[in-house]
Design a protein around this ligand. Sequence first.
Ligand code: PDD
Length: 305
Amino acid sequence: MRLNPSASIWINGQTVTESQATVPVWDRGFLFGESVYETFRTYEGVPWLFVEHYERLVRSAERLHIRVSYSVADLWAVCLRMAEAYLPQEAYLRIIVTGGVSDIVLEPPHERVPNVIVISKVFQPFPAAWYETGAPVVIARVRRNPAFALDPRIKSCNLLNNILAYRDAAQVGAAEAIMLNYEGWVAEGASSNVFIVNARGVLQTPSLDVGLLEGVTRRFVLQLCRQRAIPIEETHLSVEDLQQAREVFITSSLKGILPVTLVDGRPIGDGTVGPVTRQLLRWYNEAIRAYVERVRAGGTPLPYC
Ligand code: PDD
């Protein structure tokens, strides 16, 4: 059975068929969830913010003492080739680096050989209505695991915390579940970061010390604001701050900038997509176009930030 007819899989240097695409049961990714990943999409076949994703993959892997044996240029070539096969459709890409095989013991072996996997498939866009009139989100009942227990900045394939939180969104057809940290501060979505325009008109996002993944898109939005002299605060936000905000949006590599107009069924601001979100969306789309042109002209995945 083929799970996704559009999927193409690359493992440790080889493009393989779905039935050949296997990882040993001894892999520590399977045994213990000891693996890291990155997800991103293409625009016109160009993997967006590839260098930033690669760098975060290496940082996450280092935290688990896993070495990524492929260079940024190696993985760029693999991803670009896989993505180009889907044109004119866009690709979803996921790079996974596992802990490699070992006996069933917590201590990793000294010499380990990580499995490196790239999965690609056709990118399925999110509902257009979400971008036009805003998406609904809920506050998850499950809290984000604190950095002193399992640092959310490690982008590990162990997504149990996120899966449990996302159930609350899935149950009511919401786009995302917003997770609070153990103290009740807004941390992030189950697979996105959160921004608000507060009642005074100031753009704000939870600071990293709240305990959240440092999203590539979050960083990109912060940089866009700095370049355009838009003040933005990284701070602590309460649920009331979110509910009383003029505007809310979430960001991720797949969703881009997604306006939010309902939190737990209550409208945000006047219930429509606000001017700051619209402006950022315009700048974001312009930046993507410029990046695609620059990469197409030079053929290399230049760092953006
Ligand atoms: N998710 N927070 C969490 C917990 C995430 O899983 C993600 C990304 C983000 C946004 O990060 P970025 O802007 O780098 O995509 C924030 C991806 C899309 C995923 O899990 O597939």
